[in-house]
Write a new protein. Structure first.
Length: 277
């Protein structure tokens, strides 16, 4: 029995706006009993449209249809890749082929990590490191490292024009059902899930000096984003966003997250075999 036996079908939902000219493309995946999670990406449909991450390879056709329902492929000017995990870079080759006027916004290290997996068009790139900016026509976008990350190349993206911050994997949390606003997730479930998933994403948090961690998180928080979107969270704003920042600040005080092991795999296989009968 292979892992593909457990792969759910593509479930790309209707893109939804979170600010002027700014849309989230949500994919919904199972995340345990009675829970779901997101694999999101974002589109900034400004004067020079930007695709922020490129979705999951297994949902290529559906993802491309969703993205190009917002902007025409020939109009896409920038493709911002937050990092090289496959749920963020899965459709990058197709996007670069279908969007002939697009420039890939990445880092040198991203290229090194991906060059054995896909063609990396150096002549169609702009290398932008954390803290650096690039001009997208009617707005200047800023690469800012998110508070929680699982890859050394990860950068978030802040749009001062709308106050939206793309936080990549930060603030990941499961939901009881698909929602577009994190405030619609029951708060106790949301808090527990956010603390669990963000400890899994950055197991090094427990090794971090508390003052240095506070400064690191504070750098992104000080952007003053009014809305935070991310790959694995519903949109955050208002009181729920303030609470999300507070929770992430506490990660250095918490033990490592408990990870699933062989007994859990045995239980999954047993349940699957029972269901197959």
């Amino acid at each position: 029995m292979t892992a593909s036996a457990f792969t759910p079908p593509a479930d790309i939902r209707e893109p939804y706006p979170i600010a002027a000219d700014t849309w989230v493309i949500p994919e919904v995946i199972p995340a345990g009993p009675d829970q779901v999670a997101n694999i999101n990406s974002m589109v900034i449909a400004g004067a020079e449209p930007v695709l922020v991450d490129t979705g999951n390879l297994l949902s290529r056709r559906e993802w491309l249809d969703a993205a190009f329902s917002i902007v025409e492929p020939g109009d896409v000017r920038w493709v911002f890749l937050s990092h090289d995990d496959h749920d963020h870079s899965g459709n990058l080759p197709a996007v670069m082929e279908l969007c002939p006027n697009a420039t890939l916004v990445a880092t040198h290290f991203t290229v090194i990590r991906l060059i054995r997996e896909m063609d990396m068009p150096l002549h169609r790139m702009r290398w932008v490191n954390p803290g650096e900016r690039f001009d997208a026509g009617d707005r200047e976008l800023v690469a800012v490292r998110p508070p929680v990350f699982d890859s050394p190349v990860t950068r978030g993206l802040f749009d001062p024009t709308t106050g939206v911050y793309w936080a990549a994997d930060s603030f990941a949390a499961t939901m009881l059902e698909h929602v577009i606003d994190a405030a619609d997730v029951p708060v106790d479930h949301w808090r527990e899930s956010l603390l669990l998933f963000n400890r899994m994403l950055s197991p090094w948090h427990a090794l971090t000096d508390a003052d240095k961690w506070a400064a690191h998180v504070g750098k992104a928080e000080s952007l003053g984003a009014t809305t935070v979107a991310g790959a694995h969270t519903a949109a955050l704003h208002g009181e729920r966003l303030a609470e999300a920042w507070r929770l992430v600040h506490t990660l250095t005080d918490l033990p490592d997250a408990a990870l699933l092991g062989q007994p859990d795999l045995d239980a999954i296989l047993a349940a699957h075999l029972v269901g197959a009968d």
